[in-house]
Design a protein around this ligand. Structure first.
Ligand SMILES: Cc1cc2nc3c(=O)[nH]c(=O)nc-3n(C[C@H](O)[C@H](O)[C@H](O)COP(=O)(O)OP(=O)(O)OC[C@H]3O[C@@H](n4cnc5c(N)ncnc54)[C@H](O)[C@@H]3O)c2cc1C
Length: 549
């Protein structure tokens, strides 16, 4: 008898969706993630759950994306928002391609509860978004949905856990045991306890995105991906108030999306052979994005680039075609034919498809294990989506600003009340710890108690602390102090937390650091290195990356 029916490796959008589906269908499931939930590719993506029309030459992908948007809106509407988007046109040639898009998009618009595409005059376009280049000759208006990718992964993992799955973060799979042509177990290193452990299982699902080749190799299984890297740039203010999609210098489409008090500019797409663990956005990628968007939003250079992030798309290994022509669909590789019965890997796919990917693989697993249970992941709500939330009523009941409560609602839906309840006995927990987002102390404590974060960086993924214009300058030491109190960390561990988070933020701040961002970084360095004396604390230690300047 095995310890588990299924071991899922990888806690990104795919792995957490698979763990949830398997557990809902009654399979005893363990998910192993070597870092935190959503710490891989999914944490670097834009979160657009698009209608798929970028892939008009693959009608089955368009169909899948469209119906997945409908499912996600049913199960996770509290973490989804609709964004109006303008595609400004500067030349007559732009108009013809716009026509095809408008027709295809509008066919499925009603199903997704969005209006059909509209062609707007320059005057109407500028009324909607005054920051556009006044020389535009027309624009397309349409609407797309966005999901919080961190919360989606976390809620899938929490839902699986509440239904009985074991979710183990900071557990890196180091070996996959294959005996007589069958997978029988996995060995993993628990980074929290420092112990090597092993479990037996009937099925192993390799959902490790760009690391899938390496993980397949642990079982001696062949697997090939076409790795493709993409950069995003975060600007310190809302340069625009609606999404803008425009042609880049090479004719590709790029986007600028407002999010809270920042905007996200992306993305590049380059074949890469870099190690997914050390990939960074380059100066060329950042300039490519800024230069391209400058044509339609001339004021973009007035904003500060506070951060750049890079992720790797684990595309299907189609070669000798341009990257843009590689399918954005997914493949399921059953390694039975390679001498690894019970081991299954994914290649390709997107965030928007994660539930569909999970349904397909769980169907295969059920067939292998002789289990007859229908998929229900498109019907069962994720935690927090059980009911509507009256933000204004809650704000008035608990004496909080509606903005704070609304941001909290967008993360946790109906669970907002449980967070606010913590402030009844402790009104001081209404204090804003992260003022950019904003996040109050009660929510940080709630998250630590119920969402298994281990570090300040894990809190960032759950609550967006430290992701606004100040990039953690004013909240890191406070959030680390709360974490230390809740988890019972020592003073030395507290300092380690602060330094680790600053070093983590530094990775994204370093590539675009120039212009107006330099004085801000000087201030952050001054606060932490001089005022807090962090570079002279404790025994001699290695220089931190963020101390480079
Ligand atoms: C720049 C960019 C923008 C994108 N924008 C969008 C978008 O707007 N919409 C969309 O739908 N898609 C988008 N995508 C695609 C989407 O992000 C990915 O397809 C998807 O997130 C992949 O998720 P995943 O779970 O398969 O992989 P990942 O998120 O990479 O998860 C894999 C996990 O496996 C873990 N792991 C690796 N090795 C081990 C091991 N040995 N043991 C245990 N765990 C291990 C890693 O730590 C990681 O957490 C974008 C991608 C990029 C790069």
């Amino acid at each position: 008898m095995s310890d588990y029916d299924v071991v899922v490796i990888g806690g990104g959008s795919t792995g957490t969706a698979v763990a949830r589906d398997c557990q809902i269908r009654g399979l005893k499931t363990l998910l192993l993630e070597r870092d935190d939930i959503a710490s891989g590719t999914v944490g670097t993506c834009a979160g657009m759950i698009s209608s798929g029309l970028k892939y008009m030459n693959e009608p089955e992908i368009v169909d899948m994306c469209s119906s997945e948007v409908v499912h996600l809106k049913r199960i996770a509407r509290h973490i989804i928002m609709k964004n109006p988007i303008l595609t400004p046109m500067l030349e007559m040639s732009d108009l013809s391609s716009g026509g095809n898009f408008a027709e295809e998009y509008s066919k499925r618009a009603a199903e997704r509860e969005v209006p059909p595409v509209m062609f707007l005059t320059p005057e109407d376009s500028l009324k909607i978004e005054p920051m556009l280049n006044p020389d535009i000759i027309a624009s397309l208006y349409f609407e797309e949905y966005f999901i919080d990718p961190f919360r989606l992964c976390l809620l899938q993992a929490i839902d699986a856990k509440r239904r009985g799955a074991d979710i183990r973060t900071y557990c890196e799979v180091t070996n996959i045991i294959v005996q007589d042509g069958r997978v029988t177990g996995v060995e993993f290193f628990d980074r929290l306890t420092g112990r090597l452990e092993s479990v037996s299982t009937r099925i192993v699902v390799n959902a490790t995105g760009p690391w899938a080749e390496k993980v397949a190799a642990l079982a001696g299984m062949p697997l090939e991906l076409r790795l493709n890297k993409g950069a995003h740039v975060i600007l310190d203010r809302r340069v625009v108030n609606v999404g803008v999609i425009a042609k880049a210098v090479d004719g590709r489409m790029i986007y600028l999306f407002p999010h809270e008090n920042t905007v996200v500019l992306g993305t590049t797409a380059l074949d890469t052979w870099e190690d997914p663990d050390s990939v960074r956005a380059s100066h060329d990628e950042i300039e490519y994005l800024l230069k391209s968007m400058e044509w339609v939003v001339p004021s973009i250079r007035e904003a500060r680039v506070v951060r750049a992030m890079e992720g790797i798309r684990p595309l299907v290994a189609d070669w000798k075609i341009p990257e843009g022509d590689v399918t954005r669909g997914y493949r399921i590789m059953d390694h039975a034919g390679d001498g690894g019965e019970g081991m299954i890997s994914f290649t390709g796919g997107k965030l928007v498809m994660c539930r569909h990917m999970a349904e397909s693989v769980t169907d295969i697993i059920c067939e292998k294990l002789g289990v007859e249970r229908e998929c229900r992941t498109h019907l069962e709500p994720l935690p927090g989506n059980e009911d509507d939330v009256d933000v204004l009523a809650l704000a008035s009941e608990y004496g909080m600003s509606a903005h704070v409560v609304e941001r909290m609602r967008a993360r946790r839906g109906t669970e907002v009340r449980a967070v606010l309840e913590l402030t009844r006995d402790r009104p001081n927990w209404k204090t804003k710890i992260c003022t950019c987002e904003p996040v109050i102390e009660a929510e940080i404590r709630y998250s630590i108690r119920h969402e298994f974060p281990q570090t300040v960086d894990d809190l960032r993924r759950r609550l967006r602390i430290g992701t606004g214009p100040c990039q953690g300058t004013f909240c890191t030491y406070k959030a680390a102090a709360i974490l230390a109190e809740e988890l019972g960390l020592t003073g030395q561990q507290y300092l380690h937390e602060v330094l680790s988070y600053l070093a983590e933020r530094w990775k994204g701040k370093r590539p675009p650091m120039r212009g107006g961002q330099l004085p801000l970084e000087e201030m952050a360095q001054g606060m932490y290195a001089c005022v807090a004396n962090l570079d002279h604390t404790g025994p001699p230690r290695e220089r931190q990356p963020w101390e480079e300047v």
